[in-house]
Design a protein around this ligand. Structure first.
Ligand SMILES: Nc1ncnc2c1ncn2[C@@H]1O[C@H](COP(=O)(O)OP(=O)(O)O)[C@@H](O)[C@H]1O
Ligand SMILES: [Mg+2]
Length: 262
């Protein structure tokens, strides 16, 4: 059961979107997947239009698993066929506990490893902030995808991320892919950023594969506000253009095929 994480120390670059669609795509291919949201904002739930799950049961904390007050199924929701989402809340408090008590850290690792029997893949969605919880979850990941926005701040986010890995002693070799997001054909700035990113990655993460960049597509934002996933097999509403969606889907699938999860 490989654990795949999407991380970057910069918010709003498209981590949750990319990871969510990657997970949903594999679910549509017959795999059973779990997405653990390590982000208190739980925005993965919004992307799939199921944020009522988060709001309705706001007393469900990931830390309850640790003390045995809750079972995994109590904080897991089937958002789509074969795709489950697990929320967290109060991760700062959880992080503090993990910092103070080594036994809790061990227990957390064991709990996640025990999911092995239920899922083909576990995906973890991170907040841009870092905490002891993030360190542990990154450490148990087999593959980490660094999602990088193709602008100056995005590039800064990439180098900050590498710095963070070095500072916290997380193995840089776990970074298997760098995923650039925000490519606009014919626009000079993102093309230049992509080139700079490739130069930086060659130095900092020489073993990571840089995927084909994800295009900047306003339609993604639009369907997310409706709670529709690009991999939902339903005709798009009239005000969305089916052709655009088919194109986004095709581009994403070809990028997903560059990523070996196993
Ligand atoms: N390829 C894309 N093109 C255009 N907008 C995107 C793309 N990917 C994500 N977005 C939008 O950008 C915003 C931030 O995306 P999100 O995945 O939540 O980023 P992060 O998890 O890094 O904070 C969201 O409104 C999302 O709809
Ligand atoms: Mg996010």
């Amino acid at each position: 059961m490989p654990i795949i994480s999407a991380f970057c120390k910069k918010g709003g670059v498209g981590k949750t979107t990319f990871l969510g669609y990657l997970a949903h795509y594999h679910a549509t291919q017959g795999k059973t997947v779990l997405v653990i949201s390590a982000d208190d904002q739980n925005s993965i739930f919004k992307i799939f239009g199921v944020d009522n799950f988060v709001n309705d049961r706001d007393d469900d904390f990931f830390e309850h698993l640790l003390v045995g007050e809750k079972q995994p199924q109590d904080i897991t929701f089937e958002a789509r066929i074969n795709m489950y989402l697990m929320k967290t809340l109060n991760t700062d408090r959880l992080s503090l506990n993990l910092t103070l008590k080594r036994s809790e850290e061990k227990h957390l690792r064991q709990i996640i490893e025990s999911f092995n029997q239920y899922f083909d893949y576990i995906f973890i969605d991170f907040p841009p902030s870092s905490s002891r919880l993030s360190e542990i979850l990154l450490d148990i990941s087999q593959s980490i995808l660094i999602v990088v926005g193709l602008d100056t701040l995005g590039l800064q986010g990439f180098s900050n991320t590498i710095q963070y890995f070095v500072d916290t002693d997380i193995d840089l070799a776990k970074i298997k892919y760098v995923v650039p997001v925000g490519y606009i054909k014919g626009r000079r700035a993102p093309i230049k950023c992509l080139k700079d990113l490739k130069d930086q990655a060659k130095m900092l993460t020489p073993n990571a594969i840089i995927t084909t960049p994800v295009k900047d597509k306003a339609e993604i934002k639009n369907i997310q506000t409706e709670g529709i996933s690009i991999f939902d097999n339903q005709p798009m509403k009239d005000r969305f253009h089916q052709k655009n969606f088919d194109e986004i889907k095709k581009d994403l699938i070809s990028i997903f095929k560059e990523i070996n999860l196993d």
